[in-house]
Write a protein that binds this ligand. Structure first.
Ligand code: GLU
Length: 504
């Protein structure tokens, strides 16, 4: 291929962005960057009835969060704009007219009421080659009548005239040869009564005008492919037609059917990239970002939903993905979504990334939970200490709050049953030892703790858990002497003393 690679993501701004859509973004992006090409984002808003305010901004926000920025879009500009189809309305008509002129399309004057009536009479009614001859269109009406109807601006649409019994085929980059018999295909509307193109006409015209070389989209668009191929053939010849790839579905965790927004609600995991609030109903659909996912992990697990590089490698940075990605290694069959696995990726990325990559997010999460952090250096130390225990970024709240504020509750019930005079003595002694200590590194604290335990003829194990609960409030957290080191002498002693009081 000697043309510069140009791909497009072409969402309709009708609501939140499902992970299936985000994966389409990602594969487009990876393919474009792998081939040093361009990634276009085109807004397909020709169905004005489905327009949802805020959906466009939301799409851009999701892409920004993931770092998958388009080279051309309504925001980024570019030489092939406008990038919003509703603003391109006027340029589609001439292609529809040309199709009519060449007998590949026709005017259809059936009113919505007439179509409704027809659908009532004939269940599963399709406007197609076997029914168009009994409908009110330029194939059945005489020329004068058609001229008159057009001259009087009678409402009409333009439909493609699907040929009879032809084979239309193409080579899908994932599926290989795909063929359709045109007898099964309906006469889709190309231009609507309001002069807006439908998706079918707009996608072909825009892919042509925007010099798209490869078109990747979800498998649900495969049945529309014969219409698009015929349009390419009739309007532009097949030569410049993009290569197609229909991406496999993302399946429910049990593998039975396409993963839907409802499955996420039902099973308790997000399916959108970011939180989305439906402006009409106010309904909130959870997003991966707010659930505590890192964009690196999100991209990583999305890439592996339907693709692998042929090795055992699972953790990939965006640069590695760009380097290794190829459409030929995308599987034909659906990819089952596994939330536990996606969390595993997040954990891996929390451990791998420098904490500076997510420190600000953790700080914000703590703040939202009412834990003010003023000392960023301390936060960094804490995050380093606890990061191995955090699977989601939201886990940092529980794992780090006690470093910044006295635990609200101390789980004394976990200490009480085994509490005795000897332990009471030990901690009283520990307070004296630590008070006198001039060194406050975790090694020193551990040594003196263990020496004191030995001198008191106690196993360190017997007093370590109470010590942890005194500092943390519960049975969790990193190495307890690291905790004491970060808390500092005064705070450590206060927490021991306070708990001793509770135990009396
Ligand atoms: N506008 C279509 C959608 O919302 C895009 C399909 C395509 O990429 O051709 O999914």
């Amino acid at each position: 291929m000697d043309r510069k690679v140009r791909v497009r993501f072409a969402p309709s701004p009708t609501g939140g962005l499902h992970i299936g859509g985000m994966r389409t973004v990602l594969f487009n992006y990876l393919f474009a960057k792998h081939h040093k090409g361009e990634f276009i984002l085109r807004i397909e808003d020709t169905d004005q009835n489905r327009f949802v305010p805020g959906a466009e901004e939301y799409i851009f926000d999701c892409l920004k969060w993931c770092g998958l920025q388009p080279d051309e879009s309504i925001i980024h500009g570019g030489a092939y704009g406008p990038y919003r189809q509703s603003e391109r309305k006027d340029l589609y008509k001439k292609y529809a007219d040309e199709l009519v002129k060449n007998d590949h399309a026709y005017y259809a004057f059936d009113t919505p009421a007439e179509l409704e009536e027809k659908r009532k009479q004939t269940p599963n009614f399709q406007y197609n080659q076997s029914t168009r001859n009994v409908m009110k269109n330029s194939l059945t009406l005489c020329d004068d009548e058609v001229k008159k109807l057009l001259a009087t601006n009678t409402q009409h649409v333009i439909r493609i005239k699907i040929p009879h019994d032809e084979t239309v085929g193409f080579t899908d980059m994932i599926r290989g040869a795909v063929n359709f018999n045109t007898t099964q295909v309906d006469d889709k509307v190309l231009l609507k009564a309001d002069g807006m193109p439908t998706y079918h006409l707009a996608v072909v015209v825009d892919d042509y005008l925007m010099k798209v070389t490869h078109a990747f989209r979800g498998e649900e668009w495969l049945p529309s492919a014969p219409v698009h191929i015929l349009l390419w053939q009739y309007l532009f010849g097949l030569e410049n037609m993009p290569e197609w790839a229909h991406l496999p579905l993302i399946l429910k965790p049990d593998g039975k059917g396409k993963l839907s927004k409802r499955d996420g609600d039902r099973l308790g995991f997000p399916v959108f990239a970011m939180n989305w609030t439906d402006p009409k109903t106010g309904e909130l659909t959870a997003g991966f970002r707010e659930r505590g996912f890192l964009p690196e992990a999100f991209i990583n697990f999305l890439a592996l939903l339907g693709w692998n590089d042929g090795t055992e490698q699972e953790v990939f940075s965006i640069d590695e993905l760009i380097k290794n990605f190829s459409m030929e290694r995308v599987h034909k069959s659906g990819a089952r979504f596994d939330f536990e696995k996606s969390k595993w990726f997040n954990h891996e990325w929390i451990k791998r990334l420098p904490v500076s990559a997510y420190l600000a997010t953790v700080k914000q999460l703590l703040q939202d939970a009412g834990v003010g952090v003023t000392d960023d250096e301390k936060l960094k130390t804490v995050v380093e200490l606890v990061k191995d225990r955090c699977i989601l970024l939201t886990d940092f709240v529980q794992q780090s709050s006690f470093f910044f504020q006295t635990p609200k509750e101390i789980d004394v019930n976990a200490i009480q049953p085994k509490w005795n005079e000897q332990k009471q003595q030990f901690f009283a002694e520990l307070i004296r030892t630590y008070e006198l200590s001039t060194l406050w590194q975790h090694e020193d604290l551990e040594n003196s703790f263990k020496e004191l335990a030995a001198a008191s003829q106690m196993k360190p194990g017997d007093v370590l858990l109470p010590f942890r609960i005194m500092l943390v409030g519960g049975k969790f957290g990193p190495h307890v002497f690291n905790i004491a080191e970060v808390l500092g002498k005064e705070e450590t002693l206060t927490r021991i003393k306070n708990t001793l009081q509770l135990l009396q």
